[in-house]
Design a binder for this molecule. Structure first.
Ligand code: C2O
Ligand code: CU
Length: 463
């Protein structure tokens, strides 16, 4: 998907060796954090290049790592120093609805100069992230995101062996500064979303990371891009998968296929025990290229202990007594424009030029007054999603983790079943199931943020 055409600047030789910046820890006091959104200037491209006008949390993109223990109460005092309203969503964790941070659904957006205290208990360990959830297509593209790591009560790895790697895909223009002019481009909204031309990991292009030979490392990969699907091959550096979207597998697993796709908002945790230098490559294009270089040194003793994983216990769907719902996904460019209802009015597909609405779920673009479905807390829900568009999508359910039951009728490998975001290709059908046990109004949307803005956004109610 990243073609040479897309990668304007290319990577080779563009950057001097940069040590991976460790992400600042946002902590003021035990369980209390402060997070301030505001404008800040940062060089994204060459060290001698021009500065971009970003919007960041605590002055850095990614924002600081918020790290707590499973079951611990967290309070995050959020301050909005932007010139527009915003809110913070905690992606992938099953928290109280009022703390989910969705502007207009679970809270009023936080106005410029105002603050809001997010106060919740994180029930599950794992790799999560936080990001702006008001006009996310704009706010996330400008840098408003950061990692949220929930440790097991006894962490599996010490800090030196547990690396958070947030990958982003920026669109740079001219001097190598953030292309602000193309934000909101209807071309992006109706096609594959905002694809960039410059990748960073923890804010740096092609960082170099030093590892000790033969020691076990946990790599937490987070895709913070607006729309880019990354493709990697963990076998190319003998890595095994520890988990997906924050949920650990029963044991580390060697994939018997490639590529491993990481859609927008998805996470993959890998276990690597390096012997020699290696690179993490993006392999989707004709011309694979490295996005991280790992430098391995020392003659470390092999890590003797087998890794023992402790998956979270998530509620098992009761498939026999499930309520079934169908989500028909339609619209988009390439002959896909459809008739749809938006704000209670019928639109011809081409009306997207004035409304920006190009996609529909069950014939409705964006949030309707009525929920997609309404269930009682504790009921199992099966949602069959049918992708009648010509595009791939990254579907995200708020407040719950789900099991993927099958893709186009093919049962899914046991190990890959728990997710909070799943990729669905054109003409595919995917069935997911979860116990709707978290009361409130929850979003279900495409995490290609332009698609969500252009209609791929609905909600369900758990009473
Ligand atoms: Cu990552 Cu609706 O969110
Ligand atoms: Cu989409």
């Amino acid at each position: 998907m990243i073609s040479r055409r897309n990668v304007l600047f290319g990577f080779a030789g563009a950057v001097a060796a940069v040590q991976l910046p460790t992400l600042a820890l946002a902590k003021v006091d035990d369980g209390y954090f402060e997070l301030t959104a505001g404008p800040s200037k940062r060089k994204l491209y060459r060290p001698d290049g021009a500065e971009s006008d970003l919007w960041t949390y605590n002055g850095s993109a990614p924002g600081p790592e918020i790290r707590i223990k499973k079951g611990e109460r967290v309070q995050v005092k959020f301050i909005n120093n932007l010139e527009e309203p915003t809110s913070v969503h905690w992606h992938g964790i099953r928290i109280e609805n009022a703390m989910d941070g969705v502007s207009g659904l679970t809270q009023e957006p936080v106005q410029p100069g105002d603050s809001f205290v997010y106060d919740f208990v994180a029930p599950d360990a794992g790799t999560y992230w936080y990001h702006a959830h008001n006009k996310s297509w704009n706010q996330v593209a400008r840098g408003l995101y950061g990692p949220l790591i929930i440790d097991d009560v006894e962490p599996l790895f010490d800090a030196a062996h547990d690396l958070t790697l947030m990958i982003d895909d920026w669109r740079l223009a001219g001097e190598g500064t953030l292309d602000v002019a193309s934000l909101g481009s209807l071309m992006d909204w109706s096609h594959g979303g905002r694809l960039g031309n410059w990748l960073t990991v923890n804010g740096e292009p092609v960082p170099k990371i030093r590892l000790n030979r033969n020691e076990n490392y946990r790599l937490r990969l987070v895709n913070a891009a607006n729309a880019r699907v990354f493709e990697i091959d963990p076998n190319s550096f003998n890595a095994r998968v520890l988990g997906y979207d924050g949920q650990l597998l029963a044991e580390p697993r060697t994939l018997n296929y490639a590529p491993l796709m990481i859609g927008p908002a998805q996470r993959v945790d890998l276990l690597v025990t390096p012997e020699n230098d290696f690179t993490l490559d993006e392999i989707s294009g004709d011309d694979p290229f490295s996005i991280i270089e790992f430098k391995v040194s020392g003659d470390g003793m092999p890590s003797a202990n087998p890794i023992k994983l402790f998956p979270n216990s998530l509620p098992e769907p009761d498939l026999q007594n499930a309520k079934k719902f169908t989500l028909d996904m339609a619209g988009g460019a390439m002959g896909g424009f459809v008739e749809m209802v938006y704000n209670g009015k019928k639109l011809e597909g081409e009306a997207f030029r004035t409304t920006g609405q190009a996609w529909a779920f069950n014939g409705v673009a964006n949030l309707a007054e009525n929920p997609f479905f309404d269930v009682a807390a504790g009921e199992t829900v099966i949602v069959e999603t049918i992708n009648n568009t010509g595009w791939v999508h990254a579907m995200h359910v708020h407040g719950h983790h789900f099991k993927i039951l099958n893709r186009s009728g093919v049962e899914v490998d046991e190990d890959e079943m728990w997710r909070d975001t799943f990729l669905i290709g054109p003409e595919q059908t995917t069935q997911i199931a979860f116990v709707a046990d978290n009361k409130g109004k929850w979003l279900l949307h495409c995490h290609m943020l332009e698609h969500a803005a252009a209609g791929m956004n609905t909600w369900f109610n758990v009473a």
